[in-house]
Design a protein around this ligand. Structure first.
Ligand code: XMP
Length: 600
């Protein structure tokens, strides 16, 4: 199949570029930025991703300079554009201002890959360095007010550079540019999901042979589609699916997965009810990181136990996983990061099995939207296909525990300073005696949420206030807006752990939320919607509080809080307030960064 390579220089959008090219019908894969030119000869086109470094820094990742002599069309984006400019003989320097976010480009040339776009186009930028001198043979194509060489090309050598990001939706002409580039490469558009399903089905049959397949089904889209795909290829009786019920799943989760699969003829799903083991192990545990570790360790123990019970040996069995493409490719962004979140499908034991050919991963070349297409083609229900992502530890990381009243030092003084700001907007604020995780800089930090109280119904003004609070007050990493109270007279925490009662209360709340957003038809606008139970009694003797955390995101690296209409929100809060024991209901108005999507 004809392919286009995306050379990764550590930019967070490398996957997005490859995904966009695939949507245009050409298979695209991500390669390390330093890949030697002879290994790129088989590709029809090459795209350079963005990256965080400065091309002139000695230790920045650079491509093989021979890439420019292959005669293959190259498109450089952001850092990739600067790299092209620099290595082809131009110059790069810091701009006078940074450009982050929207900018307007005036195009002086509109042919080749810039054909069909307007003379002035809004684009999305994120850079400080810029190309300040065109390399020989290149012509200027477009400029913004703060970046003269924002687009350039060398038509003879088919080299193109853009400082802006054509791969993001905030650049409306981006797809036209990428489409033109793909056309210029003459790559045949052979990538489509139907032929993929046919090919992978043959591949599964060949690799598995007469063995049986074992697969852990989590209830998420990926493992469910993998289970269905393999069952269709081999017959449901030959594929043993195991659903481990940790007790921290959503209400009725396992039943829903079972029923959806049954409807498409997959019946070989078994349930291991581990909830008692989980509740026992987590009794008395409060620290969020300890919770996570215990949950992860117990999962591996259970997997081992079930394997032993099944007498799972590798002569008769093969393991399957629902790993998808982004999980298999360490992009520059994660490769060079200090703290890598190891994907559970890539722990050392599994790596060993993969090397020995004992694992199949039929979705490992696909992006999430492509996995959903496969599910659709195979007849899976929409409800299953469009599930929001759900973390492995489940509701356990959405149920905060406590063993003391946790206020920052001198919090009253900070709170008074905060209230000087909020009172100007007729709002008041309380620092909460609990902590939640956030990302500030490159670190995960546990700090305090700030509750805002009042009757404001303008999201923009609340959002601005939230950002101001987290920027100005280092003790605060998250801001939440109270939905059911306008004043807090009393505020208390209580000692608690992950009890069955608390998880059950959270399941009920989560169910109300998920049903409501489906009913209001806003579930597809929201990328993920955690509902969080926090041990806070508001204006009452004893109870709990809920925090709603709907976000809009692409791939979870950054996120904005979702701005639900107040009409919907009031209805949702009304439904939640019928739950017994709920004293406060809050709406998280923190973006990521500084607040992570989950609360732990
Ligand atoms: P944060 O909270 O870091 O989450 O903004 C980003 C995305 O990752 C999910 N998440 C997890 N998924 N195991 C998982 O499988 C985990 O331990 C885990 N922690 C966070 C989270 O739901 C969000 O989609």
């Amino acid at each position: 199949m004809d392919k286009i390579a995306v050379l990764d220089f550590g930019g967070q959008y490398a996957h997005l570029i490859a995904n966009r090219i695939r949507r245009l019908g050409v298979y695209s894969e991500i390669l390390d930025g330093t890949t030697k030119s002879y290994m790129l000869e088989k590709y029809k086109g090459i795209v350079f991703s963005g990256g965080p470094a400065s091309v002139k820094a000695a230790d920045s990742v650079k491509c093989d300079p021979k890439v420019f002599d292959l005669g293959i069309p190259v498109l450089g984006i952001c850092y990739g554009h600067q790299l092209m400019g620099y290595l082809c003989g131009g110059d790069v320097a810091k701009g006078s201002v940074r450009e982050y976010g929207p900018a307007v480009i005036k195009f002086s040339k509109r042919d080749s890959i810039f054909k069909g776009i307007k003379e002035e186009e809004p684009v999305w930028m994120s850079h400080f360095d810029q190309v300040v001198k065109l390399p020989a043979g290149f012509e200027l194509v477009g400029s913004s007010s703060d970046c003269e060489i924002a687009a350039m090309m060398n038509l003879d050598k088919k080299l193109f550079g853009v400082q802006f990001h054509p791969e993001v939706t905030h650049t409306p002409c981006g797809m036209t540019i990428l489409e033109n580039f793909v056309a210029l490469t003459s790559a045949k558009r052979e990538w489509n999901i139907d032929s993929y399903i046919e090919d992978i089905t043959q591949d599964i049959k060949k690799k598995v042979g007469k063995k049986k397949v074992f697969l852990l089904v989590s209830g998420g889209v990926d493992s469910t589609v993998a289970f269905l795909l393999i069952s269709k290829a081999l017959g449901t009786e030959n594929v043993y699916g195991l659903f481990v019920d940790t007790g921290f799943m959503r209400m009725n989760e396992r039943k829903e997965v079972e029923e959806s699969l049954k409807k498409v003829g997959v019946t070989n799903l078994h349930v291991y009810d581990a909830s008692e083991e989980y509740f026992d192990t987590l009794r008395g545990i409060v620290n969020p990181e300890t919770k996570r570790k215990l949950i992860g360790d117990l999962f591996l123990d259970i997997q081992e136990k079930v394997s032993d019970d099944l007498k799972l040996n590798y002569e008769d069995w093969i393991i399957a996983q629902g790993t998808i493409y982004p999980d298999t490719i360490e992009t520059g962004g994660t490769k060079y990061a200090d703290k890598i979140k190891t994907h559970h499908n890539r722990v050392p034991r599994i790596q060993e099995l993969i090397k020995g050919g004992k694992v199949i991963e039929p979705l490992s070349q696909l992006y999430k939207d492509e996995v959903r297409l496969v599910g659709e083609r195979l007849g899976l229900e929409h409800k299953m296909i469009w599930r929001h992502p759900f973390p492995g530890p489940g509701l356990a990381v959405r149920c905060l525990c406590s063993d003391n009243k946790d206020y920052p030092e001198n919090y009253k003084e900070t709170e008074n300073r905060i209230n000087e700001v909020t009172s100007k907007l007729n709002l008041s604020a309380r620092i909460l005696p609990i902590k939640s995780v956030g990302v500030q800089g490159d670190e995960r930090t546990y700090k305090h949420p700030l509750a805002i109280l009042g009757s404001e119904e303008d999201w923009n003004s609340l959002s601005k206030l939230g950002t101001q609070m987290t920027n100005q007050f280092p003790d605060v990493n998250r801001v939440i807006y109270a939905l059911n109270v306008t004043h807090i007279d009393s505020l208390a925490t209580h000692d608690c752990d992950l009890s069955k009662d608390r998880i059950s209360l959270l399941q009920q709340a989560d169910r109300i939320v998920m049903d409501f957003i489906r009913e209001a038809k806003i579930d597809r606008d929201i990328w993920q919607f955690p509902t969080v139970l926090v041990p806070l009694s508001v204006n009452s003797q004893h109870g709990e509080s809920l925090v709603l955390r709907p976000v809009c995101s692409e791939e979870a690296m950054t996120a904005n809080f979702y701005q639900m209409s107040f009409e919907n929100l009031n209805e949702l809060a009304k439904r939640l307030s019928t739950l017994k024991g709920i004293t406060g209901i809050f709406y998280d108005i923190t973006n990521k960064p500084p607040g992570t999507i989950e609360w732990e």
